[in-house]
Design a protein around this ligand. Structure first.
Ligand code: FRU
Length: 936
């Protein structure tokens, strides 16, 4: 097989080189690990060996190349760059020069001819590239090694065979290889020299076969007769000998003519087979030296010792030894074939191994990547978890801060609300005494003449309320001082028994009036104690005032004084309405509102009392049971060890005590006679609902001259009284005590009055200290007809009452004129509609009575009577009659029904009675009415 180009043969540890390389690249791409694994088996240096052959076309050359390749298998790091010149010297020179320029590490050359290659080989050698001459030589010593058979010796062996075969006599022809090649020259030389020993043998002709079978055949074909007298033809190689034999055979010369050649190659069409077949009488083994060339090249490249001239041995192959040799060579060939097969299998296994190894690398690498990714993912997950936890913690912290903020803002809001409520109540608390100062004052000023009694009563009221205001202002100032931390204790040693007794005594008249069992209980006669008289006075006054406020008539209030464990204990106990646990817990909080409206007298006074007791290093506490009573306990330490010098004073005996003010406030209560009535008073009944006794009395007195007055002190009683009396108008304070939770304030009372059928018609005027618009809106929403803020002008109040009553009367008149179509108070309209339809439904029933009607309406007879009277200004019976007449008139005008029919339908037992009744009420008989024109 010929090849004009380079044939690159590379040997890897496994010849699955391409795949491996690709895998290497792949692995290189996917990671260092794979590359490292791949490279671990190929770390040896790679050598490039150039090999130039004169020809590659014949069997001997193919065998040579094959032998080289087999040997190369042991050198995986060698790359063979092979060139075939196809017997063309010029081409081979070009190829060799090209190889030398391709960075080869060594050149093996089998030159076509000797002389033309001498310079080329020398130049390459001088370049430092080692040169091995294989089989053929050049005319120079500048090479590293020569490997080849001993061609002179082979020529001699051939001559010796010829001499003996021809028994020293005969004619011989010599077919030359290429004359300019060294083997041809040396074989000829040896042959001729040895043949001289057989003078009877003549070389009759020389033929130029140029190593080629066809060349030899062609030459012989031109003159076959020339060999008629030739006994033997000696060819320089077997292929030319066989070619000559073929020509001779065709020309019938083979009987007398014998052939010998050189090479003795094994194989079916080569020299050894030709000897076995008898085609050739003998051949001479000429080894290729392929293996030896690679071995020598390896030694040179690896710097080992090598033979410069390696002459390969030759043997004669003829009929005598052909069988053994052939058997051996066949065996060798078959073994070689087996070895090649095995090596193919090994190669395949290696490929598989390599593939598996690479797969393993990839798998391991993937596994490593997966583990790394897993570790990374785990790390990320952990990091995320940690971050999440941190975030959670931060969130939690933020949440807590937010909650704290919310709590604080809630507390702030509640505190603000409480403060606002506190201010509202303070205003209320101020407004009531102010009203009771302003109202009687204005009243006195508006009158032309005033009786001495009236003057004294009014001024007493003014004085009492002015003191009340003073006390309130005093409390406020005390609070302010406490708030600012400026409250200073001014204690002196005094007899606490006498002190307490005096205060209790001051409440004596009040107790008498309210029929309360007030007692001061103590086993002590005199007890000196360091205390601030002004402050303790305020505390005890406050406790007693509260006790009176919440203890009903006929109750008890006991003040007890004892000495106990180095302390003085003062207890104020009542059997009044008591406190809820929540109220107890916050009894001393200034701004606590709890579920009930703020109560100034309790809140402010108790908060202050606590402050004062703490200043004394004492304490105040409360125990209470709802509906059972309350016990306040004050504890004060004996001696003055606990007091700073600045807190101890010498008592000023002239210092004005609170006693006078207190007695005015408590006892100077002029009797305002509520029964004073003006003779020309109106029939209208007013219900006054006001918790402040003074104001209630004042209003009752002031309005009593013009109206019938009923008065109550709280919403629940007010409601009961309203149902009982069905008054013409209600005047109510908005802020009414709602201590037990069952009672109602003024707004709730108004709402109740306005939604109940029995009372919905009653106008309501609300009186309050609250001037804010939202409270007015609340009032309007509850259904109040008017809203007056305290302190109010009595004249204005009177006018408002009169106007409201007048409006009510007009409203009644309107209702009376056309009760069914009026618009107005929804409840009233509903009431009238219900009443009217009930009457209409029962019109034909002559037994239908007011009693039955009131039952159906769910009212008492009196309530129904009063309600109808109030709404329509007419008796319920008159109203019944009115409806009957209206119905009768309708039936007379709109139907042709008989008098008897109409009488029966309108509830009259007889037509005669109907006619009489009709005439009495309308001035005409029913027949006259029927005939008269519409509209009259
Ligand atoms: C092959 C060949 C062989 C011979 C050798 C001499 O090309 O002709 O037959 O022995 O070359 O170089």
């Amino acid at each position: 097989m010929r090849s004009s180009g380079n044939e690159h043969i590379q040997r890897c540890p496994h010849s699955f080189a391409g795949t491996k390389k690709r895998l290497c690249y792949l692995l290189f791409l996917v990671g260092w690990f794979a590359v490292a694994g791949c490279q671990s088996s190929g770390s040896e240096r790679v050598y490039r060996i150039g090999f130039s052959q004169c020809t590659g076309g014949d069997e001997w050359r193919k065998t040579l190349l094959h032998d080289m390749k087999r040997e190369l298998a042991f050198h995986p790091n060698y790359t063979l760059l092979y060139e075939d010149a196809a017997n063309n010297t010029a081409r081979q020179i070009r190829q060799v020069e090209a190889l030398a320029n391709q960075n080869i590490d060594l050149l093996i050359i089998s030159p076509n001819e000797s002389a033309p290659f001498t310079k080329v080989v020398e130049a390459i050698f001088r370049k430092g590239i080692p040169v091995i001459l294989l089989d053929r030589k050049v005319n120079s010593e500048l090479y590293n090694a020569y490997i080849g058979g001993d061609n002179v010796e082979i020529g001699r062996m051939a001559a010796e065979f010829v001499g003996k075969y021809l028994n020293g006599k005969g004619n011989v022809s010599e077919i030359w290889g290429l004359r300019s090649s060294s083997p041809a020259q040396e074989r000829h030389k040896g042959f001729r020299e040895e043949l001289k020993k057989y003078p009877g043998i003549q070389v009759t002709s020389e033929i130029d076969g140029k190593w080629e079978r066809d060349t030899a055949r062609n030459v012989l074909n031109t003159s076959p007769d020339k060999f008629k007298n030739t006994n033997l033809i000696f060819a320089h190689n077997d292929v030319m000998a066989i070619g000559a034999y073929e020509v001779a055979k065709r020309n019938g010369l083979t009987d007398k003519l014998e052939f010998i050649g050189i090479d003795a190659l094994p194989g079916p069409s080569a020299g050894m087979q030709a000897v076995a077949d008898g085609t050739l009488k003998a051949s001479f083994l000429y080894p290729t030296g392929g293996e030896e060339a690679i071995e020598t090249a390896a030694r040179i490249l690896e710097g080992k010792a090598f033979k410069r001239e390696q002459i390969l041995t030759s043997i004669q192959v003829d009929a005598k030894n052909i069988r053994g040799l052939k058997a051996q060579s066949d065996k060798l060939l078959s073994q070689q074939a087996d070895i090649e097969k095995q090596s193919q299998i090994i190669e395949q296994l290696t490929q598989t191994y390599s593939f598996q190894q690479n797969t393993l690398y990839v798998t391991l690498f993937s596994l490593l990547i997966a583990i790394a990714l897993g570790v990374w993912a785990y790390y990320l997950l952990r990091a995320r978890k940690v971050a999440y936890q941190t975030l959670e913690q931060q969130n939690e912290a933020i949440r807590q801060q937010k909650n704290q903020l919310e709590d604080v803002s809630q507390q702030a809001r509640l505190a603000t609300e409480d403060k606002l409520r506190f201010y509202a109540y303070i205003s209320h608390e101020f407004n009531t005494p102010l009203s009771l100062i302003l109202t009687p004052t204005e009243d006195l000023l508006s009158k032309k003449s005033v009786s001495p009694y009236e003057l004294r009563a009014s001024l007493s009221l003014v004085q009492k309320n002015a003191y009340r205001l003073l006390r309130l202002v005093d409390q406020m100032l005390d609070l302010r001082k406490s708030d600012a931390g400026k409250q200073q204790l001014r204690a002196a040693e005094q007899d606490v028994v006498a002190f307490t007794r005096d205060i209790v005594k001051d409440f004596g008249r009040k107790a008498e009036k309210q029929r309360i069992d007030l007692q001061f209980l103590t086993d002590l006669t005199v007890q000196p104690l360091w205390f601030d008289a002004e402050k303790l006075d305020k505390v005890l006054f406050n406790l007693l005032s509260n006790a009176f406020k919440y203890t009903p008539k006929g109750g008890l209030i006991h003040v007890r004084l004892d000495q106990l464990d180095g302390q003085i204990r003062i207890q104020v106990k009542d059997n009044g309405q008591g406190m809820t646990p929540d109220e107890q817990a916050h009894a001393f909080d200034l701004f606590f509102s709890g579920t009930r409206p703020f109560n100034l007298s309790k809140g402010l006074g108790l908060a202050l009392s606590k402050e004062f007791m703490e200043l004394h290093r004492g304490s105040i506490s409360v125990q209470s049971t709802p509906e059972r009573g309350t016990l306040f306990t004050v504890l004060l330490p004996l001696s003055n060890k606990h007091l700073n010098p600045s807190e101890q004073i010498i008592p000023d005996v002239n210092e004005r005590s609170n006693t006078y003010q207190r007695s005015v406030e408590l006892n100077n209560q002029p009797e305002i006679v509520s029964t004073l009535r003006s003779p020309e008073k109106s029939a209208a009944t007013l219900l006054i609902v006001e918790d402040n006794d003074d104001l209630r009395t004042f209003l009752s007195d002031r309005l009593g001259s013009e109206f019938d007055i009923v008065a109550e002190c709280n919403g629940a009683l007010g409601w009961e009284r309203a149902l009982e009396t069905i008054p013409d108008l209600v005047i109510s304070d908005v802020m009414l005590p709602v201590e037990t939770g069952l009672e109602m304030d003024g707004l709730q009372l108004t709402q109740r009055l306005k939604t109940d059928l029995r009372t919905s018609h009653i106008p309501v005027i609300l009186l309050t200290a609250k001037g804010q618009s939202e409270h007015q809106i609340e009032g309007a929403r509850a259904g109040a007809d008017a809203y007056l803020t305290k302190p109010f002008n009595t004249t204005f109040l009177l006018e408002t009452i009169r106007t409201t009553l007048a409006n009510r009367r007009k409203w009644q008149q309107r209702l009376t004129s056309d009760f069914s179509t009026q618009t107005g108070n929804r409840q009233d309209k509903k009431f009238l509609n219900e009443l009217t339809s009930l009457i209409e439904q029962n019109l034909s029933d002559s037994n239908f009575s007011v009693q039955k009607l009131s039952r159906e309406m769910g009212l008492s007879r009196v309530q129904l009577y009063r309600k109808v009277q109030a709404l329509l200004s007419m008796n319920i019976m008159d109203y019944l009659t009115e409806i009957r007449l209206k119905r009768a008139k309708y039936l007379l005008r709109e139907t042709n029904r008989t008098m008897a029919d109409i009488a029966a339908e309108t509830g009259f037992n007889s037509a005669a009675y109907f006619t009489t009744f009709f005439k009495q009420h309308s001035g005409r008989t029913p027949s006259e009415y029927r005939k008269s024109p519409v509209g009259t």
